[in-house]
Design a protein around this ligand. Sequence first.
Ligand SMILES: *[C@@H]1O[C@H](CO)[C@@H](O)[C@H](O)[C@H]1NC(C)=O
Length: 311
Amino acid sequence: MKNGNHSAINEFILLGFSNLLSLQLFLFPMFLSTYLVTLAGNLIIIFLTLMDAALQTPMYFFLRNLSFLEICYTSVNIPKLLANLLWNHRTISFLGCATQTYFSFFLGGSECFLLASMAYDRYVAICKPLHYPVLMNRKVCMRLAAGSWLSGVFMSFGLTSMVFTLPFCGSNKINHFFCDIPPLLKLACGDTSIIETAVFMVATVFVTIPFMLILMSYIRIISTIMRMPEGEGRRKAFSTCSSHLIVVTLFFGSACVTYLKPNSSYSTDTDKFLSLFYTFFTPMLNPIIYSLRNKEVKGAFWRTMRKTWFC
Ligand SMILES: *[C@@H]1O[C@H](CO)[C@@H](O)[C@H](O)[C@H]1NC(C)=O
């Protein structure tokens, strides 16, 4: 993906939050601490699910995969944003911008299908407990995870190469904090209608379908839980499912609004704030919601702490 002969632009300027001058001092520590909490939470999960014997189940395999993905995903966009805030150095090279777009769509797309795989895992575990060991064997888990990653790889390659072969000849100011496709399309001077359709189709496949699958899984799960006898178990299962559903809805809801609407109605300031949900908050909340509220993970945490301190 070179800028070739039809591009007069060889670098972009990421405006980020430069319109919020009064908030600059407050934004840097806020984003930095969010990033550090995200890294720490997800690293702890990867470490525990690798080390602890009680966490060797499909659910924790997917969780480890999700944590790994979240670390990569946040590391594509956030360090650059932090550098922009700190040094006020807002330029990004053409190739850097293409790389950032490629990785954020690759990892974002993979996350959609990984979250759907996790919901399917919970659905089989709760609604078909007798078939669980057969339906969710090691091979199936590996394939679901690998399929999620590969779908993102190919989708993002397609979209990114379409966008970066467009001619960019006007302004190079991206009103966003990372190189995202909708604000880039605003800067292209060729005909963008084919790409807009492609983005819309991809968003439908990658956002709507996994979201529907997740919703269906949780509806089945909740109706199964409702038929359980009253008690602690039922209350706990219900609270776990509802917190998963909240995180998933935040992630897919913000992505839907950003990518599923026509480009002409694209309002950059609103989208900048909406995209904070899928770039900052879900990666930070996932480890908390999926595991730190979970007894098994807490048990594993204290066991591992004891082992590392006393040996
Ligand atoms: C995630 O899943 C893929 C595909 O099955 C696997 O190759 C990879 O090692 C997993 N990553 C982690 C961190 O578990």
